[in-house]
Design a protein around this ligand. Structure first.
Ligand code: ZN
Length: 143
């Protein structure tokens, strides 16, 4: 099974590589709660020592779907569609998505998604603690 390539990890930064998006199908994530494998899914947070967010990238082949609803205990999720078309189901509402779509889903909403198209769907998923952001845009930076 393919793993994140960690190129450098020092105190203040980490550098990794997940490979080409076309090769995401080489990843597989074993879901410890569901006790099944999710093909095409890679988490990068632990490999790169992330401390405030989790990030994953997932390839769903044509016609594939995440076969379960889930919610989160403390993290909201942001889904960024990198490639393709699909559909998110959030609290039973169906939301069509396409390349460039960005969806934020709060902890209490149940969600799942599927690729109802005839080509690959690639989605980046970012988890961050709900309600923890203190500064938007560049206001947290300083020079
Ligand atoms: Zn989730």
């Amino acid at each position: 099974m393919k793993e994140v390539e960690v190129l450098k990890s020092v105190e203040n930064y980490s550098v990794g590589n997940i490979g080409k998006f076309d090769d995401l199908g080489q990843y597989e994530y074993y879901h410890p709660l569901g006790k099944f494998n999710i093909p095409g899914k890679v988490f990068v947070g632990e490999a790169l020592d992330m401390t405030s967010i989790e990030m994953s990238v997932q390839l769903l082949k044509a016609g594939a779907e995440i076969p379960f609803d889930h919610k989160h205990k403390s993290n909201e999720e942001i889904y960024v569609v990198i490639k393709g078309n699909g559909e998110f189901i959030v609290d039973d509402e169906r939301i069509p998505v396409k390349e460039g779509s960005v969806i934020r889903i709060g902890t209490k909403a149940k969600r799942r998604w599927r690729n109802n198209s005839d080509s690959d769907l690639i989605v980046m998923v970012i988890q961050g603690k709900e309600g923890s952001l203190v500064n938007y845009n560049v206001s947290d930076g300083y020079m």
